[in-house]
Design a protein around this ligand. Structure first.
Ligand code: GDP
Length: 391
């Protein structure tokens, strides 16, 4: 009997050991059968940058062109470490002026508080208003014109209380800002090109990303052309934005001809029936060619059939205030600017720059940057803006 029990135990043990070996083998086999990751794809199956539709365009010669000296041996842009996340375009979350204009509001707040703190309107009230507007970077001429008009209105309406005077100032500011056409032109059935111009660091690349995000949310197809070939980081940044917004991208080699990148972008967009090309441009050149000359050429090349340049947007950094306007004039002289994108208004105490841009450059602010994320770009709304400043 004991022998039989022992035999049964032995048989069971052998069976268990054999089963264990088989399972382990099976597992190993599974591991071996797993396919190796295909080149150009991350483990999660996300396309990496190797797969991006990147084009290296040929230079576009133009009759009478200024020769662009060859930059030092073009170097391949560094590979980013990880594949960026691809974001499906979803509904936009619009930030409010009121929420984001904290700096500008608190700068103005001191003066507003002082004006309201008096029980009547006197010369100090006018001095305070003048200081408030000048420190907000409205500009001296525009401030003088505004206050002259406000004095007239105050007389006409027999305004005696500081609170009502401030209300009238708001009305005047809104009236002045209301005159401009701020719509962004997009012609259906054509290859629209929006050129973004401005000096380095103002936020061109970021704005292109944000604009692409908006257009994608409206179901428009977008191609980005990395025309700032003089800054490797610009093309890298744009690549990231293209990935995140689901836009196509055309980029060239570092130091290459910017016009040819944009030309190639337009050709590709037309061939694929893409609605719009968002074209980045250089803010500084590393060659002897004049930047404004280069921009004129970019503008001409982008307009060649089938390109239809419907916006040339000058990107200005609100934190530079009046200083930025001096540079801005050069751009408006060189290319037909159709509107301004005012970035970093969230970090600026100089909200009045909006008025200065309109009066000094004769140009409407069409879009405003209120932060660094994809959704932080809004249409410029004068009423909301003025109310937020004085809130
Ligand atoms: P570019 O050289 O003109 O292409 O400028 P970039 O797009 O590289 O932007 C320069 C810096 O400004 C980056 O750090 C951006 O995140 C930042 N930036 C751009 N727009 C805004 C904005 O509206 N608000 C804030 N706070 N930062 C911004």
């Amino acid at each position: 009997m004991d022998v039989v029990v022992i035999l049964i135990v032995v048989v069971l043990l052998v069976g268990l050991v054999a089963g264990g070996v088989a399972v382990t083998r099976g597992r190993r086999r599974e591991v071996e059968l797993e396919p190796p990751p295909s080149p150009g794809r991350s483990a999660a199956g996300t396309p990496t940058l190797d797969e991006r539709p990147v084009t290296e365009p040929e230079a576009v010669p133009e009759p009478g062109d200024v020769a662009v000296p060859e930059a030092e041996a073009p170097t391949a842009p560094p590979e980013p470490e990880a594949a960026p996340e691809v974001v499906e375009p979803g509904p936009l979350v619009r930030p409010s002026f009121r929420e984001r204009l904290g700096k500008a509001r608190s700068a103005l707040g001191e003066y507003v508080g002082a004006v309201l703190g008096r029980d009547r309107i006197d010369e100090e009230t006018w001095d305070e208003l003048e200081e408030a507007l000048i420190s907000a970077d409205v500009g001296i001429d525009e401030t003088t014109a505004l206050l002259d008009e406000l004095r007239e209105r105050a007389d006409e309406l027999k305004i005696a209380e500081p609170e009502l005077l401030l209300e009238q100032l708001k009305v005047l500011l809104k009236d002045r800002l209301a005159v401009a056409d701020r719509s962004l032109r997009l012609d259906d059935g054509t290859t629209n090109v929006w050129l973004f111009v401005g000096v380095n660091g103002v936020g061109k690349t970021t704005t292109i990303g944000k604009v692409a995000r908006r257009l994608r949310a409206e179901d428009r197809s977008v191609l980005m052309a990395a025309g700032d070939t003089f800054r490797a980081a610009a093309a890298e940044q744009l690549t990231m934005w293209a990935d995140r917004t689901g836009a196509e991208l055309v980029r060239g080699s570092e130091g290459g001809d910017p016009s040819s990148v944009i030309f190639d972008g337009v050709q590709r967009a037309a061939a694929r029936g893409i609605d719009i090309v968002l074209a980045d441009t250089a803010g500084r050149l590393h060659t002897k060619t004049n930047l404004m000359e280069e921009l004129r050429k970019v503008r001409r090349v982008a307009s060649r059939e089938p390109g239809n340049v419907t916006e040339v947007l000058l990107v200005l950094d609100a934190t530079t205030g009046q200083n930025g306007l001096v540079q801005a004039k050069q751009f408006t002289d060189a290319v037909d600017v159709t509107g301004v994108v005012l970035t970093k208004l969230d970090g600026s105490a100089k909200g009045g720059i909006v008025l200065a841009i309109q009066s000094q450059l004769g140009m409407p602010v069409k879009l405003v940057g209120l932060g660094e994320t994809a959704d932080d770009l809004v249409d410029f709304d004068p009423d909301e803006f003025v109310d937020a400043l004085f809130a």
